[in-house]
Design a protein around this ligand. Structure first.
Ligand code: FES
Length: 358
């Protein structure tokens, strides 16, 4: 039986395991609460490989939400996240340092366009070949993609190219080496900044390394995830090599650009507008061009703003009158857009607004 999410409402999950992956990353496993398990024999989680969930924890009396890619596969009785320590990263560091096995947290349903179900590998010359390309903690969703293909016995030739500082800093190092040793359809290429003590090459990923490590690059569908500069450089290198970018997919937790101060100055006069949220009895004054999510949060309204990048959908709200300018409509259906739903993190205010949240 599949775990039932509650639409856009967060549900409680409990941490059932937590362990070190590398000196600065840990994996945590999340399962339904025991009360839910008692009612049902076994629960499986369903999602598309590559997707993420948004988790919420209370830190200093305030709920904080962040999106994390799933590193487990569909059909398991738990979800797994792999979290890297981030300087000043409130939620990540809380999950690493404070969350204990047995503790619960809030979670929103799996989401995300970066997945191998909506974007399966393209068949070229009668073969389906994928290149899973990652750096650092960006390994998480592509690792899930590889594991799911292998678990399903999928007809996909998988090359896994990961860039890391060293073998010690490579998340899932042992699991990847064992997959490479036992699975014929899986090839591992690690490119390390410091390869000492390993047989893996040392270098920095550029066009030459791409061609050398992946000779049949042009026949592969590429799935890319990693730090934003790495993704930008890799995207540009693929383009420069003449790669067919229709066969290229990437994850991005990088904030989409909303109206910048200077753009705003060009576009609108500096004007105050009102934002009313009737159900909460609130009407606040905001600056035209302000980000809707910032305005709602500043008013103390219970809006869940997880990724701040227009990708997780947690900040969905409905504009019932007035207009906003949106830079992302991801996760919204055509019907929802028609009804006036927007992503508050990716919408700037253009006029007086009436908004519904929750
Ligand atoms: S916070 Fe994720 S879409 Fe707005």
């Amino acid at each position: 039986m599949y775990f039932e999410w509650q639409g856009a409402h967060p549900v409680q999950l409990r941490c059932i395991d937590k362990y070190v992956e590398t000196p600065d990353t840990m994996s945590i496993k999340l399962a339904p609460l025991e009360s839910q398990l008692a009612a049902l024999d076994s629960i499986q989680f369903d999602f598309k490989p590559g997707q993420f969930i948004t988790v919420g924890v209370e830190i200093e009396q305030k709920m904080e939400y962040r999106a994390y890619s799933l590193s487990s596969i569909a059909g398991e009785s738990h979800l797994q996240l792999t979290i890297k320590r981030v300087e000043g990263g409130k939620v990540s560091n809380y999950l690493l340092d404070t969350l204990q096995v047995g503790d619960s947290l809030l979670a929103l349903p799996p989401s995300g366009e970066f997945n191998t179900i909506d974007h399966p590998p393209v068949r070229i010359n009668d073969n389906k070949k994928a290149l899973l390309l990652s750096a650092g903690c960006g390994i998480t969703p592509v690792y899930a993609m590889a594991k799911q293909w292998l678990a399903n016995g999928a007809d996909v030739d998988v090359q896994f190219l990961h860039v890391a500082k060293s073998a010690q800093q490579t998340i899932y190092f042992d699991a990847l080496e064992s997959m490479a040793a036992t699975e014929k359809q899986f090839t591992l290429s690690l490119l390390l900044k410091d390869a000492s003590g390993t047989t893996h090459p040392q270098g920095r990923l550029d066009k030459e390394w791409l061609l050398q490590l992946v000779p049949d690059l042009m026949q592969r569908t590429v799935y890319l995830c990693g730090p934003s500069q790495f993704m930008q450089d890799t995207h540009d290198n693929l383009q420069a090599l003449g790669f067919d970018m229709n066969n290229f997919f990437q994850e991005s937790f990088t904030p989409v650009s909303s109206t910048t101060e200077s753009e705003r100055d060009d576009q609108v006069e500096d004007k105050a507008v009102s934002v009313a949220v009737e159900a909460f009895g609130k009407e606040v004054v905001a600056q035209q061009g302000a980000v809707l999510a910032d305005t709602l949060e500043a008013a103390g309204l219970p809006l869940i703003v997880a990724c701040r990048s227009g990708i997780c959908g947690s900040c969905k709200c409905k504009v019932t009158s007035g207009s906003v300018r949106s830079t992302s409509l991801e996760t919204l259906s055509a019907e929802e857009i028609e009804q006036g739903y927007v992503l508050a993190c990716s919408s700037t205010i253009e006029s007086d607004l009436a908004v519904q949240i929750g």
